[in-house]
Design a protein around this ligand. Structure first.
Ligand code: CA
Length: 161
């Protein structure tokens, strides 16, 4: 979303619920989770290498009071909401990100990562992995390939309180 200080109406955003529409003239984009009843974002997103990563949780539709549900990871272009132009997530789990991580001719914008409420997304630049924990205590490490230059730590400073 382009924030110029004025309130943004839904009508001035591009609907990216299905497909990839041009977002050039709009003030941002949105995705409605209409394919999976109850699906919602419950944790903070992360932007890295032009991609916004965020998790969603779809409660168990049979018994919404149960603690379980489906956790998904989304990876879309941060400025348009469109799927990445080349594979970003290692969806077949072979440790590398390439054409084998496409579904047919398309780069998927989300994958199911497990069962339970997902945590915030954490990026591990040393191993190029997205780390997410689900409420069933499983830690999911998904290899990613970011667009552009590889992200690495150039320096750091330690702050004592
Ligand atoms: Ca792969």
């Amino acid at each position: 979303m382009k924030d110029d200080g004025d309130p943004v109406a839904r009508g001035s955003l591009t609907n990216q619920t299905t497909g990839c529409n041009s977002a050039e003239e709009s003030q941002g984009w949105y995705i409605d989770f209409i394919a999976n009843p109850g699906e919602r974002v419950t944790a903070s997103p992360l932007v890295a290498g032009g991609i916004v990563f965020f998790t969603t949780f779809e409660p168990d539709i049979e018994d919404p009071c149960k603690c379980g549900g489906i956790a998904r990871l989304y990876a879309v272009q941060y400025d348009t909401g469109c799927p990445p132009t080349s594979p970003v997530l290692d969806i077949n789990g072979d440790g590398s990100v390439d054409e084998g991580d496409m579904i047919g001719e398309e780069v998927p914008r989300s994958i199911t990562i497990g069962y339970g409420l997902p945590s915030d997304v954490i990026f591990d630049p040393a191993d190029s992995q997205i780390i997410i924990q689900t409420s069933d205590a499983t830690v999911h490490a998904i290899t990613v390939k970011l667009l552009g230059e590889r992200i690495r730590i150039h320096s750091w400073r330690q702050v004592f309180h």
